[in-house]
Design a protein around this ligand. Sequence first.
Ligand code: PRP
Ligand code: URA
Length: 221
Amino acid sequence: MKMENFNFLLKDEKFDNLYIVNHPLMKHLLTHLRDKNTKPALFRTITKKITTLLSIFASYELSLQKSIRETPLESFEGYIINEQIVAIPILRAGLGMIDPICDLFPEVSVGYVGIQRDHETAIPHEYYYKLPDIKNKVVFLLDPMLATGGSASYAINLIKSEKPKKIIMLAIVSAPEGVSLINKNHPEVQIFTASLDRELNFKKYILPGLGDMGDRLYGTI
Ligand code: PRP
Ligand code: URA
């Protein structure tokens, strides 16, 4: 059998720890997500599909344990994931990413961090914090938009103080400014994204981006 190499996961040259999922299905879904005519119901569905794809690639380093089982015909050597996983969405928009994580990892425990950017300054403000025990566990930090990186960096500081084994961030759309900040403040955190966009505008929104993720998810425009 001839094996071919497919480059479905691009490791960015400029930013350490940035991984871009480069798959035709991802590009297709992201195009519909960005489209301003996509209504909230479809927007939520696409968000879940994109998160599923991101999760598949973001979990590529999870450790496995051999497990001897029986098929109806004979025994076989299988594998099960040998990590305790915690998902932490940043409220509110991160909530749109939680269902697919719970589907893929039924044993997952979920914590919540509520952070909102100030409308004028884009400085993050914490309003809610409830985490399960995350010590020595693998944390998937969920926030669809990595813009200035202020919210994610703030959340990572909180999470790190609870001593997890590893933090992996899933961001649907990322701006260079945000990736740069996470790489500088938290170089050990891997970021998996569907797109590295061009820049931020004067209001610190991502260009081309998709607008306000929370508003589009929950019909609050
Ligand atoms: C959005 C988004 C991120 C944050 C990203 O949340 O969901 O959390 O902005 O921006 P940053 O990288 O510049 O911090 P927002 O503050 O709008 O709150 P919301 O999810 O409740 O709408
Ligand atoms: N938050 C969003 O929802 N969208 C952006 O482009 C930036 C921050």
